[in-house]
Design a binder for this molecule. Structure first.
Ligand SMILES: Cc1cc2nc3c(=O)[nH]c(=O)nc-3n(C[C@H](O)[C@H](O)[C@H](O)COP(=O)(O)OP(=O)(O)OC[C@H]3O[C@@H](n4cnc5c(N)ncnc54)[C@H](O)[C@@H]3O)c2cc1C
Length: 319
């Protein structure tokens, strides 16, 4: 209609945890402004890998601000008063135990990534917060004065006043403004889930949140999914020259024997946990990005978010 102002449009590239959370945040905080939000995801569905993630307290506060705290707490694991028990890898002796108050409403969240992504998706749909597109791989951004044109691999395009590049460590948005490559962190990681029920008959500690620290490797476990599942993260330092083809593939399928033999000098309980891992755990090359001088480009019309801006290697399994 003549005289009607075009709504401000936000395009979010990448529908991972970062992109979907950004969509909900913009919608929540700018509801009165009538902003139109589109999320463009390259794959055919919005999906996360089936492993755990520990969400730190600063991010948890934001989750509560969006009104999702209670729902997130329900799918998190309970630590039974212990955030993490650091133990020696050779004999299991306690190094230091970090407490947590499980009764706090706002607390760190150990959570299954796929369950958390589903929570974000349900909220976006329930609030009609954004339009979710799939099979839209963004290949290029073009500055068109007051807006940005997004070009996709399927030869379609869209425009937006603001573009948020939430397209992960291989970010195509970042590659238009910064010319670095992801850097190998020196570590590979095996990840898998174990049913807590399977541990219970022989488990010896009051908590399932343990980090066995060894030389050049550590094994981290913590409960997720309302304490039904144990997230297992086994990190090993490996020289870059030993990675071979695996370095190019980034993620591969490992096998349980490989993990168990990598941790053979660890104390029996740690090895018993590894014996319960899936036969084919996932195996990742852990990469990171150099810090950038800036995350905002084209006079504020493009911003990077999440791993596209600052991918870091997980610190003791949790960043
Ligand atoms: C072993 C390991 C353990 C970790 N543990 C923790 C932890 O405990 N706590 C923590 O806070 N962090 C942890 N991290 C880091 C955390 O996983 C990442 O920081 C986080 O997942 C990044 O989210 P993101 O949305 O930025 O990127 P991603 O999750 O990578 O999502 C990017 C999305 O963009 C899509 N995409 C990519 N390119 C395009 C394109 N060109 N066009 C359209 N879509 C595109 C992808 O398909 C994907 O859906 C860990 C990382 C590793 C490797």
């Amino acid at each position: 209609m003549a005289g009607q102002r075009e709504p401000f449009t936000v395009a979010i590239i990448g529908g991972g945890i970062g992109g979907l959370f950004a969509a909900l945040s913009v919608h929540h905080h700018c509801a009165a402004l009538g902003i139109s939000i589109n999320v463009y995801e390259q794959t055919s569905e919005y999906k996360e890998i089936g492993v755990g993630v520990g969400i730190g307290i600063n991010a948890v506060r934001l989750i509560h601000k969006l009104g999702l705290g209670e729902a997130a707490n329900k799918i998190a694991g309970d630590r039974n008063g212990v955030w993490l028990a650091f133990r020696r890898s050779d004999n299991g002796a306690e190094i230091v135990t970090v407490p947590v108050n499980d009764r706090d409403t706002i607390k760190q969240l150990p959570i299954l990534r796929s369950e958390f992504l589903d929570l974000l998706l349900d909220s976006i749909r329930g609030r009609n917060a954004a339009t979710l597109h799939t099979k839209k791989k963004c290949t290029r951004l073009v500055d068109i004065v007051d807006k940005v044109r997004l070009e996709f691999a399927d030869s379609t395009s869209a425009t937006a006043h603001l573009v948020i590049g939430a397209d992960g460590i291989h970010s195509s948005v970042r590659s238009q403004f910064a010319f670095d490559n992801p850097r190998y962190s020196g570590k590979i990681v095996y990840r898998g889930l174990v049913s807590i029920e399977d541990l219970q008959p022989w488990w010896h500690l009051s908590t399932y949140a343990v980090n066995w620290v060894g030389k050049d490797k550590h094994l981290l476990i913590f409960p997720i999914s309302d304490n039904k599942l144990l997230n297992v993260v086994a990190l090993v330092s490996v020289e870059e020259s030993e990675l071979g083809n695996f370095q190019e593939s980034w993620v591969a399928v490992g096998n349980k024997e490989e993990v168990v033999s990598s941790f053979q000098e660890f104390e029996p309980h740690a090895r018993m946990v590894l014996e319960l891992m899936p036969e084919r755990p996932s195996k990742w090359v852990v990469n990171e990005r150099e810090p950038l001088e800036q995350w905002i480009y084209l006079n504020g019309k493009v911003a990077l978010l999440g791993d596209s801006a600052h991918a870091m290697s997980p610190h003791q399994g949790e960043s």
